[in-house]
Design a protein around this ligand. Structure first.
Ligand SMILES: [Fe+2]
Length: 300
């Protein structure tokens, strides 16, 4: 089954802007990419974990999950097929993503999921600017927060079909559910936005809290829009800020995230998102990668 978040791809009219945003702001390393002029970014010794493809709209192109090995992938495929989805083995995509094997299906909200294993080791990571590196390994790429029209249906899909476990709840007028598949407090979070589907943010965790502060300074010096300033979350303890990417979604750039021990974990409900901080700017940024949900489009 799914062990970790392996990689993610987006389409964007602003893909080319990531060629500087990725290394200069995030500290990612530009990687070679043999498909369609995409900007591919490494954040560790593996092949690219974040790829921005040129496209007409800002959207998610695919979300890649590491299933561990051949048998883990087979188990994940069997479970998804048993839930009624058509899963297609895609060797061409596997070669482009640099994974050993890849099987893909589309979920009820139109997201293309890629069940994989064996993301290639591509040698030592060299950050795009001096920094401490990113926390990945068994905890995977980071986390992604999705906006879905129906929270209960989303939970059923991620828990019953993909095998995630509930970490906790936040109720702040909007409802958020946090889900894990390894020690990372959450790899996926879901928020309910009636009639809409989209991505709120992608979280990248760095190894040193000073890199969060230095990057926050850099973002402010360059006048790059910030959706939420520095703060620390109630549930995963992440100290972070949220920067608007060239493609309309946010990257949460953080350090110090909590890890989960499944043997001693109690699911709690929080009535605040942050212990301190995470204040929006005076002119708030609204989610920029959010589309009306049309079931017909999702199933096409
Ligand atoms: Fe987050």
């Amino acid at each position: 089954m799914i062990n970790s978040f392996a990689y993610v791809g987006f389409t964007s009219p602003s893909a080319e802007e990531w060629r500087s945003f990725g290394p200069d702001i995030l500290g990612a390393q530009l990687a070679d990419h043999d498909d369609d002029g995409a900007v591919a970014l490494r954040i560790d010794d593996h092949a690219a974990r974040l790829v921005i493809h040129p496209g007409d709209t800002n959207d998610v192109a695919y979300v890649g999950w590491d299933c561990g090995d051949t048998s883990g992938l087979a188990a994940a495929v069997a479970k998804v097929e048993a839930a009624g989805y058509t899963v297609i083995h895609d060797d061409r995509a596997a070669a482009i993503r640099k994974v050993a094997a890849l099987a893909t299906f589309t979920d009820p909200w139109g997201f293309r999921h890629e069940l994989t294993h064996g993301l290639a080791d591509c040698g030592a990571f060299t950050p795009g600017r001096p920094m401490s590196g990113f926390l990945t390994g068994d905890q995977g790429l980071g986390h992604i927060v999705l906006m879905l029209p129906d929270l209960d249906a989303g939970l059923r899909f991620y828990i019953d079909v993909l095998g995630f476990k509930l970490s906790d709840h936040i109720e702040i007028g909007i409802s958020l559910r946090f889900l894990h598949c390894n020690q990372r407090h959450h790899t996926v979070a879901l928020s309910a936005v009636p009639g809409m589907v989209g991505v709120h943010h992608l979280m990248l965790e760095v190894n040193d809290i000073d890199d969060v502060g230095r990057t926050f300074d850099l973002v402010n010096e360059r006048a790059i829009p910030v959706a939420m300033g520095l703060g620390r979350h109630t549930n995963d303890f992440m100290t972070s800020f949220y920067v608007r990417t060239p493609s309309g979604f946010e990257i949460e750039y953080g350090a110090g995230g909590r890890v989960i021990d499944d043997d001693n974990w109690e699911i709690e409900t929080y009535d605040a998102m942050s212990i301190w901080g995470h204040k929006p700017p005076s002119d708030p940024l609204f989610p920029g990668m959010l589309h009306p949900f049309t079931p017909a489009a999702a199933s096409s």
